[in-house]
Ligand binder design. Structure first.
Ligand SMILES: C[S@@+](CC[C@H](N)C(=O)[O-])C[C@H]1O[C@@H](n2cnc3c(N)ncnc32)[C@H](O)[C@@H]1O
Length: 226
């Protein structure tokens, strides 16, 4: 399986082709330095692209999802898909399709599925990560929790990727854009680009150091002036 074959597959999901291809390239680059992690696997579209990038380096992708769908995927909501409703439990269940995707693409030795809430997974997490892709719950609370729980695990120069960034509020919810801006204003990240709705940031120790030097310099100026 290579990227050309993968692009010919029709996997249920919400990524644009340009976004999917970026995920592949970034995971291929990042996974040389450590495992990658995604929040929001759904039926495995982003998993497929990130996973292929990791596989080509012999890397690992942790894929976190409780597999019961986000708010907007529930019955009666905008992104409800009746094919994903489990008739017995009455719950959305994406895990079977996700598993099929991973198996079909021969990614079982690359993708570690974590079937759990991301906030529970984060509780005892201690493995440094080379890439974190946030595409889980899209409420402000969910996006903010994912941001605060996971960014501290990024390695220096690691990638933070945020899906569904809409600069124009009439085009979509603002929670992902909010955490994107939070990351930028923290001084810990450099914004590299936004491809379609995929925000790409890099954990930048260099920038943090520059800010620390600047703060030190300001403090010195204040001391001199007294
Ligand atoms: C927009 S979909 C992800 C789409 C996927 N990345 C793709 O490429 O098609 C969001 C997913 O996040 C999951 N999710 C929402 N809140 C979550 C939480 N707190 N913990 C784990 N998964 C969550 C949902 O179950 C859903 O499958």
């Amino acid at each position: 399986m290579d990227i050309r074959h993968l692009k010919a597959k029709n996997i249920k999901g919400f990524l644009g082709d340009d976004e999917a291809e970026q995920l592949y390239h970034l995971a291929k680059q990042a996974s040389q330095f450590g495992p990658c992690l995604e929040i929001g696997s759904y039926c495995g579209k982003s998993t497929a692209y990130l996973g292929l990038g990791c596989k080509e380096n012999g890397g690992i992708l942790f894929s976190v999802d409780h597999h019961h769908g986000s708010e907007e995927q529930q019955p009666g909501q905008e992104y409800f898909d009746s094919e994903l409703l489990d008739k017995d439990s009455g719950l959305i269940d994406t895990f079977n399709i996700f598993r099929e995707t991973v198996r079909d693409l021969l990614l079982e030795d690359t993708v570690v599925a974590i079937v759990a809430k991301s906030e529970v997974t984060a509780r005892l997490w201690s493995t440094p990560l080379s890439l974190v892709f946030i595409d889980g719950g899209h409420t402000f609370k969910a996006a903010f929790t994912d941001y605060t729980n996971w960014v501290s695990h990024l390695l220096p120069d690691g990638y933070l990727l945020i899906h569904d960034i809409f600069l124009d509020p009439s085009k979509g919810g603002q929670a992902p854009y909010f955490i994107y801006q939070l990351a930028l204003s923290s001084g810990l990240f450099e914004g590299l680009s936004i491809i379609n709705t995929l925000g790409i940031l890099k954990r930048s120790l260099h920038k943090q150091r520059k800010d620390e030097e600047l703060n030190k310099w300001f403090k010195q100026q204040i001391n001199f002036s007294h």
